[in-house]
Design a protein around this ligand. Structure first.
Ligand SMILES: O=C(O)CCC(=O)C(=O)O
Length: 260
C-alpha cells in the first residue's frame, strides 16, 4: 500500500518538526490505488455492506453543529454521513495500513521498540457537509491510560484542500501540555486568550499524504464545502508499556502492533 520509495524516507526532518511544532508533514506515502480501495472500504462500512461486530459509529449531527451530536446511538442505518468510525483495525485492509512498515519505523523512533494501538478512526466529511470540529487535544482523563499518548498518524484518503475541512493546528501548543485534566475540547475561556490560536496553520493535503499529529497539539477541522467526500484515517499509537487505568469495567488490553 506504500507509495514507491516511501518506506525508505529519511525521517530526521519530519521527526524534528514533530518534536518542535507538534505536527509534521510526511508527504505522499499511500499509493493511489490503495487510497481508492480504502475509500471504497470506508463507504462499504458506512453503508453497512461490510459489518464487523464492535465497530463504533457516530453519525453527523442533524444540524451540522458539533454541539448537536447525538452520543451513544452508534449505527443508524446506511449513510455516507457518518462523522467517524472507530475500531478500523477490525477490517483487514485498514489493519494493513495501520501496520505498514513506514509507520512501524516512525512509531518505534518516537515510542520505543514495542508499540500498541490505542485507536484507529475514519474521519469522514460528506460532500458539502461535515461539521466544525472544535479545537481539541487527544488525551486526558477520558482516555483512561497511565501516561500521556503522543503519536497520531493521519492519512488522507481524498484530497483535503482548505475548503474541504482540512486539519488545522496551533504549532507548538503541545508544549503547554493539557489545557484541562479532562482533555478533549479546549474550553472557550482559553480560546478567548488572544494569542491562543492566532498563529494557527491550515494543513491542506492531497490524497495519500500523511501528517504526524502530537496528541497534545491543539487541532480542529472545518466543514466540507466541496462536492467531494473528505475521508481520512487517524491512528493513535502507544508505547508498549502503556496501561489502561479503567476500573469500572475490565481494563483494555491494547493490540500489540510492533515489537517482538
Ligand atoms: O480529520 C479530522 O477532521 C479530525 C482529525 C482529528 O481530530 C484527529 O486525528 O485527532
Amino acid at each position: 500500500m506504500l507509495l514507491g520509495d516511501a518506506l525508505d524516507m529519511v525521517l530526521d526532518a519530519p521527526l524534528s518538526d514533530f518534536a518542535q511544532n507538534g505536527y509534521a508533514r510526511l508527504g505522499r506515502v499511500l499509493a493511489p490505488d490503495a487510497a481508492r480501495r480504502l475509500g471504497e472500504r470506508s463507504d462499504a462500512l458506512m453503508l453497512g455492506e461490510i459489518k464487523y461486530p464492535g465497530l463504533f459509529y457516530q453519525h453527523d449531527s442533524p444540524t451540522g453543529r458539533y454541539e448537536d451530536l447525538v452520543f451513544g446511538e452508534g449505527w443508524v442505518g446506511p449513510s455516507l454521513s457518518y462523522r467517524k468510525i472507530e475500531k478500523l483495525e477490525l477490517d483487514p485492509l485498514f489493519s494493513s495500513w495501520i501496520e505498514n512498515d513506514l509507520f512501524a519505523r516512525i512509531a518505534r523512533s518516537v515510542l520505543g521498540s514495542h508499540v500498541t494501538l490505542y485507536r484507529a478512526v475514519l474521519w469522514n466529511k460528506a460532500p458539502e457537509s461535515g461539521m466544525d470540529l472544535p479545537w481539541h487535544q487527544d488525551d486526558g482523563a477520558f482516555w483512561g491510560i497511565d501516561r500521556a499518548p503522543c503519536l497520531q498518524i493521519w492519512t488522507a484518503l481524498d484530497d483535503a484542500p482548505s475548503d474541504a475541512g482540512c486539519v488545522e493546528v496551533v504549532p507548538r501548543s503541545h508544549l503547554r501540555g493539557l489545557a484541562s485534566p479532562l482533555g478533549g475540547t479546549v474550553c472557550t475561556d482559553q480560546l478567548e486568550v488572544p494569542e491562543s490560536c492566532a498563529d494557527r496553520v491550515l494543513l491542506p493535503v492531497v490524497a495519500g499524504e500523511a501528517l504526524l499529529i502530537h496528541n497534545h497539539v491543539w487541532h480542529r477541522s472545518g466543514k466540507n464545502h466541496t462536492r467531494f467526500a473528505r475521508r481520512a484515517i487517524g491512528i493513535s499509537y502507544l508505547s508498549g508499556d502503556t496501561r489502561c487505568r479503567r476500573k469500572r469495567c475490565a481494563p483494555r488490553e491494547f493490540r500489540r502492533l510492533f515489537g517482538d
